[in-house]
Design a protein around this ligand. Structure first.
Ligand code: SF4
Ligand code: SF4
Length: 454
């Protein structure tokens, strides 16, 4: 990492050196997998639905082909809570490794934008030299080419981002139909494009070190047992350039600063755990290269816990890990149960306001009037039939519908008729099932009011 004196006086511009060590190769493979997944997911269909959709505007969410409507908001909140606890647990055990290996910000910056920059402007030294040099045709050409490509890629990311929010089909419409028909869509894409362009061309590591709240959580979540990218100071110190007669007095760190030069957030890992470290492992690769050259064991910098470095104790599960695991298991169990028992139709039944019961003397029955609202939560149309569980109960419709469109609603108004001799108490709990093609899609209860049979 080098700083450019020509860059903004307030900010130290970072030129990280790229070392293609073993971990960098693994990280590249993982990143390409996630990149393909990220771009392909909106085009993959499961059960006729987009693989992942987070349509906040219509409050419709799809995960792996299963639709969640506003009525399922509690599931969404519980799912989010489970995810947060999982991230907490993962961070307590493995530190911020998600940031370096799976976060879209790091993947795009390090594996797409940084690589294009290196391809056009050369390595970190050449980039710095170019920035410090006066404007020439060569510099103008390189900068224009780089920023044009940055802008085009930002445009692609903005489109994909929108595909996750509004869906692929509406996005294709925006792209293929006249702009005047989709002005708001066009403005959204333009705004997102500019935001992504600024993030990847200017803000860069500031997103991780200043904007992202997850990094700040590290101080609370990490402890001495967490496995993070760390410098083995017991082995490395006292650091210093190797001179023959001093060799025995020095640790393994030769103070070459290669680990600092490769750091994309510009920190020195030898100063201990820092909020800015995104666990990208670039410094591990760099130091391994040095250790190999000076014939010392690898992993002077590596995935280690403070306890391992200080007391040479191997990793042990802590009480915090047990606690988070227990909470996570409970949340996953509750969420799984709710998902499995989730009905295809949400039915709300209310007694018609201002009514109690009517006695029908001609056939010795009692009636209660109800209003029902049904919401289709499946990813298709649905025909349905309301059936009382109690064989003695009959239904007489005032307002009848028997079909629910995709995401649609239906309203029913109906009398429930019960023989008077069947009534044992003033309030009776009655149950219904909603059938669609012979399959039960929902069950619900309501109260039937009638004078008890004496
Ligand atoms: S790369 Fe390794 S040897 Fe070089 S300064 Fe960093 S820790 Fe020390
Ligand atoms: S200290 Fe190492 S792991 Fe952390 S951000 Fe810098 S290079 Fe990546």
């Amino acid at each position: 990492m080098l700083a450019s004196p020509t860059s903004s006086s307030a900010r130290k511009w970072i030129y990280p050196r790229i070392i293609k060590g073993k971990l960098y190769q693994y990280r590249s493979a993982v990143s390409y997998f996630f990149l393909v997944l990220l771009f392909a997911a909106p085009f993959i269909k499961l059960n006729g639905e987009q693989l992942i959709l987070m349509n906040i505007l219509e409050r419709k969410f799809v995960f792996f082909g299963v639709i969640f409507w506003p009525q399922d908001f509690y599931l969404f909140v519980l799912g989010l809570l489970t995810f947060i606890v999982f991230i907490f647990l993962f961070t307590v055990v493995f530190g911020r490794v998600f940031c370096g290996w799976a976060c879209p910000q790091t993947i795009f910056l390090e594996m797409v934008f940084r690589k294009i920059e290196n391809w056009i402007e050369g390595d970190y030294l050449k980039q710095k030299k170019l920035d410090e040099s006066p404007l020439t045709w060569n510099k103008f050409f390189k900068k224009t080419l780089k920023h044009t490509l940055f802008f085009l890629i930002s445009f692609c990311i903005a489109n994909i981002f929108l595909a996750y929010i509004i869906g692929t089909a509406p996005l294709i419409k925006i792209m293929t139909e006249p702009i005047s028909l989709h002005l708001s869509g066009f403005i959204s894409i333009s705004i997102f494009t500019v935001i992504f362009y600024l993030v990847f061309s200017r803000m860069r590591e500031l997103v991780c070190t200043v904007v992202c709240p997850y990094g700040r959580l590290q101080g609370v979540l990490l402890d001495n047992k967490s496995i993070i990218v760390a410098y083995d100071y017991e082995r490395g110190e006292p650091r210093g350039k190797r001179v023959k007669e001093q060799e025995n007095k020095l640790g393994d760190c030769i103070d070459c600063k290669l680990c600092v030069h490769v750091c994309p957030t510009g920190i020195d890992i030898r100063n201990g755990t820092q909020m800015e470290c995104i666990n990208c492992t670039a410094c591990i690769d760099a130091c391994d290269l040095v250790m190999e050259k000076i014939d010392r064991p690898l992993r002077l910098i590596g995935f280690k816990s403070e306890e391992e470095i200080k007391y040479r104790r191997p990793f042990k599960l802590s009480n915090r890990i047990y606690g988070y695991t227990a909470v996570l298991v409970i949340l996953i169990s509750v969420l799984s149960y709710l998902l499995i028992s989730r009905s295809d139709v949400k039915t709300t039944v209310l007694r018609a306001s201002g009514t109690l019961y009517q006695l029908r003397d001609k056939d010795n029955t009692v009636t209660n009037l109800y209003n029902a609202e049904l919401i289709n939560k499946t990813n298709g149309d649905l025909s349905f039939e309301l059936v009382p569980e109690d064989k003695a109960a009959k239904i007489q419709y005032i307002l009848k519908e028997d079909h629910l469109t995709y995401g649609g609603q239906a309203k029913l108004t109906f009398f429930v008729i019960m023989p008077q001799q069947h009534i044992k108490q003033y309030k009776t709990e009655i149950s219904f099932k909603l059938l669609s093609k012979g399959k039960v899609v929902d069950r619900f209860n309501t109260t039937f009011i009638a004078p008890p049979n004496e």
